[in-house]
Write a protein that binds this ligand. Structure first.
Ligand code: NAI
Ligand code: MG
Length: 362
């Protein structure tokens, strides 16, 4: 297939990991006869420097005319003094809103070689394979009214039936491709918006009789994620609960650096690692490129339907880890470290690419 991909490296380690992901896609293209054209755009701090705003018009146009967007990360400490709506991070919110992607998918898959990097006991995390489906364009992050009234401040959690219906359908469809279980997470014992959420999810569940629906309160879910994470298949939840629970779930594998994400449902899919620009390690060449590379795999799967190619990338990642390649963030927490090879961003990515070129190598 032929496709145009918007390539937005952003700031800090975003730039370091995204070139590696792009080279992975280039290898996939040449091995499988696809043609990917990458068009680079600025977003975040670099865009403020070059264009005076975090999500400038040229980048907007590149995204609109592409079939998918691959993003690194945004944010730079030199803009810390700016108010929230002038910061580089605003560029990302603007991009998500512009593309209309209401569904944020964050898979947490603990492969066997990652178990040693987890802060939890191995029998708790072994086999964890969950997908958090977070509503991305509604809820308290966007609800009005919001503001200040003297010494009081307020935000509004609000959802319409339509907003819940479309994210619920997405969650159930994805569950059909997995283990056919949806855990819908809310706070229906307290919040009216959660009562509507629960009612609507139950309605949608009737369209998907092959998928099991379970409801869970968010406080219980936060506990269950560390106590018994293996019970989850698809976690379906609202914007704020999804934000919090997905960061919690990220640590099951020991590092934020391995987690990919996809934001879909709108005009053009957006794919980015879950982590930020990590100023503490930027420029050192030690950032973990796995989150970015796995995001490229999600791009192939969700935007282009290239399941075989996506799987090839995922397998190569596991193989590199099985070979004991570890960027510093993945240092083993157990005492048996003898086989561990601490490598750079480039070395890790190169190893993954080798396994894509020769999948049968050991
Ligand atoms: P962060 O995700 O950049 O870093 C948190 C910690 O995890 C740091 O110690 C970092 O070194 C480590 N880390 C993150 N990704 C890693 C990787 N791939 N390999 C190895 N270690 C990794 O979050 P932080 O420090 O809160 O934010 C830094 C900047 O990034 C801020 O400006 C923030 O607003 C922005 N940010 C941007 C996001 C995005 O673009 N999607 C998401 C989160 C934060
Ligand atoms: Mg967050």
């Amino acid at each position: 297939m032929k496709a145009r991909i918007a390539f937005l490296p952003g700031d800090g380690i975003g730039r370091e990991v995204l070139v590696e992901a792009r080279q992975v896609l280039e290898i996939i293209a040449s091995e499988h006869g696809h043609e990917f054209e990458f068009v680079e755009g600025d977003i975040g701090a670099i865009a403020i420097e070059r264009h005076g705003e975090a999500f400038p018009l040229p980048t907007r146009e590149i995204c609109e005319s592409s079939q998918a967007v691959l993003l690194g990360a945004v944010g730079h400490p030199k803009f810390d003094h700016l108010p929230p709506d002038k910061k580089p991070e605003r560029g990302l919110l603007a991009l998500r809103e512009f593309l209309g992607n209401y569904a944020n998918l964050r898979p947490v898959l603990i492969s066997e070689p990652l178990i040693d990097s987890s802060p939890l006991k191995s029998d708790v995390v072994r086999g964890v394979d969950m997908l958090i489906v977070r509503e991305l364009l509604g809820g308290i992050y966007f609800g009005k009214p919001r503001g200040r009234d003297g010494d009081r401040a307020y935000d509004t959690e609000t959802y319409s039936r339509d907003e819940v219906r479309r994210i619920a359908r997405m969650g159930f469809k994805l569950a059909q491709l997995r283990h056919r279980k949806v855990t819908s997470v809310d706070k229906a014992n307290v919040l009216e918006s959660s009562v509507l959420w629960r009612e609507t999810v139950a309605e949608v569940a009737r369209e998907f009789t092959d998928v099991k629906l379970e409801n869970m309160y968010v406080d219980n879910c936060a506990m269950q994620i560390v106590a018994r994470p293996q019970q989850f298949d698809v976690i379906l939840t609202n914007n704020m609960f999804g934000d919090i629970l997905s960061d919690e779930a990220a640590m099951l594998g020991g590092s934020l650096g391995v987690l990919p994400s996809a934001s879909i449902g709108g005009k053009v899919g957006l794919y980015e690692p879950v982590h930020g620009s990590a100023p503490d390690i930027a420029g050192k060449g030690i950032a973990n490129p796995i989150g970015a590379i796995s995001s490229a795999a999600m791009l192939l799967e969700h935007s282009f339907g290239l399941h075989h190619e996506a799987t090839k990338i995922d397998r190569a990642v596991v193989k590199a880890l099985s070979r004991h390649y570890r960027t510093p963030d993945l240092k083993s927490r157990t005492k048996e470290k003898t086989e561990e090879r601490i490598v750079s961003t480039r070395e890790m990515a190169e190893c993954i690419r080798d396994f894509i070129r020769t999948p049968d190598a050991t």
